[in-house]
Ligand binder design. Structure first.
Ligand SMILES: Nc1ncnc2c1ncn2[C@@H]1O[C@H](COP(=O)(O)OP(=O)(O)OP(=O)(O)O)[C@@H](O)[C@H]1O
Ligand SMILES: [Mg+2]
Length: 220
């Protein structure tokens, strides 16, 4: 589903150059649930962002669903992201001025040819699925952290992604909420969605089928 072929990523700032990722070769098979672990600063978010075409590698290539993405134009990368990938972040990244329904609908604004009424119907189904029907008119500031993350999951799902990339989705939640989010992700995985999740939580990682450990930018 996703292959990283000899990926290197170096960040250059005025003073220093950081080799965030070095010679990463990795394949995520369709249907896998993979947890990515490792100490702070080891390159987990960098790797996930490169997998999700949110950032580009310094060298190497990312192949998504059989398509090489190096040398792709930005607009084509945006299309791959919109059609195939869903993202969940530690800090939810919801739009504060939009209510739950409109936050969930957001990715469909960029989906050409989709029908607004179909989109709304689907959004409401997904909102029900994450248990927030009674909160669909609420704004993010009126929701708990766990509820915000469920909105973010619904937003990641609206486009029918093949892969969900989640960067510490339970990082800002207590362990009960964290388990709830994990249950939703596990269920999605059973239905065939490929999941890659960065986490610091060994307990949650154990529930994934595969654990990948990064250390100083290298696969351990
Ligand atoms: N935009 C950037 N410019 C310069 N250096 C960066 C940038 N982004 C990340 N880095 C550096 O790259 C390394 C990897 O960062 P990354 O965010 O991938 O770590 P991480 O494993 O996700 O850590 P954490 O568990 O704390 O989230 C770090 O040393 C970081 O300082
Ligand atoms: Mg990180």
């Amino acid at each position: 589903m996703i292959t990283l072929d000899n990926i290197n990523k170096t960040f250059y700032t005025e003073e220093i150059e950081t080799h965030a990722l070095e010679n990463i070769n990795l394949t995520i098979e369709a249907g896998e649930f993979t947890a990515i672990m490792g100490p702070s600063g080891c390159g987990k978010s960098t790797m996930l962002n490169i997998m999700g075409l949110l950032d580009t590698a310094t060298s190497g290539s990312v192949i998504i669903d059989g398509v090489r993405t190096d040398r792709m134009a930005d607009k084509d990368m945006a299309l791959v992201r919109n059609l195939k990938l869903g993202f969940i972040f530690q800090s939810f990244n919801l739009i504060p001025s939009l209510n739950v329904l409109d936050n969930v609908l957001l990715p469909m604004l960029y989906r050409k040819g989709s029908s607004p009424s179909e989109n709304k119907k689907r959004a409401l189904e997904i909102i029900e699925r994450v248990g927030l029907t009674y909160r669909q008119k609420h704004f993010p500031s009126q929701l708990s952290g766990g509820q915000c993350q469920r909105v973010a999951i619904a937003r990641a799902l609206i486009g029918g992604p093949k892969v969900i990339l989640a960067d510490e989705p339970t990082g800002n939640l207590d362990s009960k909420m964290g388990k709830e989010i994990m249950e939703i992700l596990t269920k999605l995985n059973r239905e065939g969605v490929t999941i890659v999740m960065v986490t610091h939580d060994e307990e949650l990682a154990k529930e994934a089928g595969r654990i990948i450990r990064l250390l100083d930018g290298k696969l351990a």
